[in-house]
Design a protein around this ligand. Structure first.
Ligand code: AMP
Ligand code: ZN
Length: 114
């Protein structure tokens, strides 16, 4: 728990969020500024700054986060396709320093991103 971290505070319940999925290792909630009809963030309960801060010891956790993104995509009926994105660091466009997977879907997504 990092007091200054927005997503840690969401995990604590200090800041409201719309829960989509929750278990002992992760939490998924609706993005406040959706970029697609479905835009969900999947975060670990343990604070990790970014993907770049993960180590081999986080392999199982990263696999779990990815598997939950896939499970949520099925529940959200994104059978036509979707995108899972992990913005990392300044050049990667990361604005919240708590590791998160974006699950985007419900429309045809452009490539390459900006
Ligand atoms: P990133 O730019 O990859 O770090 O993504 C951060 C995401 O968090 C953005 O898509 C924001 O819209 C989203 N976000 C910021 N504040 C909140 C909030 N209070 N509740 C839900 N999503 C948020
Ligand atoms: Zn945090």
């Amino acid at each position: 728990m990092v007091m200054s971290c927005l997503f840690c505070r969401i995990l604590q319940g200090d800041i409201p969020s719309h829960a989509v999925y929750s278990d002992e290792r992760c939490y998924a909630f609706s993005d406040i500024h959706p970029q697609a009809p479905v835009h969900i963030l999947i975060i670990p309960r343990r604070h990790i700054d970014s993907l770049d801060q993960t180590t081999a010891e986080d392999t199982a956790l990263l696999g779990h986060l990815t598997a939950m993104a896939t499970q949520i995509a099925r529940e959200q009926k994104l059978a036509n396709g979707y995108r899972v994105v992990v913005n990392t660091g300044e050049d990667g466009g990361q604005t919240v320093s708590h590791l998160h997977l974006h699950l985007l879907g419900g429309r045809s997504l452009n490539w390459p991103p900006g």
